[in-house]
Design a protein around this ligand. Structure first.
Ligand SMILES: [Fe+2]
Length: 298
């Protein structure tokens, strides 16, 4: 039996909150939910019987392939796909974080990011969201032209999991399935060095519109894998442009206030997300999953 649910808009342009009518179970028509997801871009499942232990199964209904693990994050439920969102050092991990599309600088760019709230921060810690479609629409023409002309070049360095007793030395070519990605692995250092060429915009097919989704306005100290960002030609991106893009994003930014057991399902190629800071003594516990490829084509 499929459950009945309420669906309510978050904004005029995007987003919906899905909450139970009476049955709090997760017996959805998953294809219908995915259609909502394509339409709204962000779904907030609220007040359902969701928990840390049912999260992988639930997101799995929408997932053909989970994204590769990020080995800097803490695992949960002994799964390499269910990770703590507030990661990898205690030093900076309560700061605010600038808007970004998850791993948009990387060869694997997830289609969906999921965030689940075990424990909200007492104060702060809101997740920020920015619709890349709206942002693209309000950018000045000269900035649009600049980013239409050529892709961005992300230079990245990835620490690979340590392998013992490596016999080979030197560099090995890194062949990926992604256009615009080239690089090599330094076998001795166990590091991958990649150059990723990717346009600042992504074409959202069902809207026939571009979304401005990338890593240009994120705080780079929060992403140590990125060593440099320029345009494909090598030219530096003008600071003035970055400043304007930030200002424009602030005009349309949305703050999600977490409630225990909230689940956010975010179209990562249309939306950028970030985070407001929270207090040090806060016991916030947010979990994340990344869907590399979704299970449905709608
Ligand atoms: Fe993120």
């Amino acid at each position: 039996m499929e459950i009945k649910y309420n669906i309510k808009n978050i904004n005029k342009n995007w987003g919906a909150v899905i909450s139970p009518k009476d049955d709090k179970s997760l017996d959805f028509n998953y294809k219908a939910i995915f259609k909502h997801f394509r339409k709204y871009g962000v779904l907030n499942f609220r007040d359902f019987n969701l928990s840390e232990s049912t999260l992988l199964e639930f997101s799995g209904f929408f997932t053909k392939r989970f994204a590769n693990p990020d080995n800097r994050r803490q695992k949960r439920m002994e799964s390499k796909f269910l990770l703590e969102a507030d990661y990898w050092s205690d030093l900076n991990n309560r700061n605010s974080m600038g808007l970004h599309s998850e791993s948009s600088f990387s060869s694997v760019w997830p289609e969906i990011v999921w965030f689940f709230c075990n424990t909200p921060a007492k104060k702060g810690g809101e997740t920020t969201l920015c619709d890349g479609v709206q942002l693209w629409k309000i950018l000045p023409a000269r900035i649009k032209l600049y980013f239409l002309k050529q892709p961005i070049k992300y230079s990245i360095e990835i620490q690979l999991p340590k392998i013992k007793n490596i016999k080979r030395k030197g560099n090995q070519e890194w062949i990926t399935n992604t256009l615009g990605v080239s690089g090599y692995v330094d076998l001795e250092e166990q590091k991958a060095y990649l150059e990723v060429l990717r346009y600042a915009m992504y074409k959202v097919e069902n809207l026939d519109s571009y979304a401005f989704t990338n890593h240009l306005i994120a705080d780079n100290h929060n992403e140590p894998q990125i060593k440099n960002i320029s345009m494909a030609s090598g030219e530096a991106i003008p600071n003035e442009y970055i400043k304007i893009i930030k200002e424009k994003s602030f005009e349309i930014i949305y703050e999600h206030n977490w409630k225990k057991n909230d689940l956010l399902m975010i179209d990562n190629k249309r939306f950028m997300h970030g985070r407001k800071g929270f207090a040090k003594n806060s016991h916030r516990d947010l979990l994340t999953i990344q869907t590399e490829r979704s299970a449905f084509k709608v």
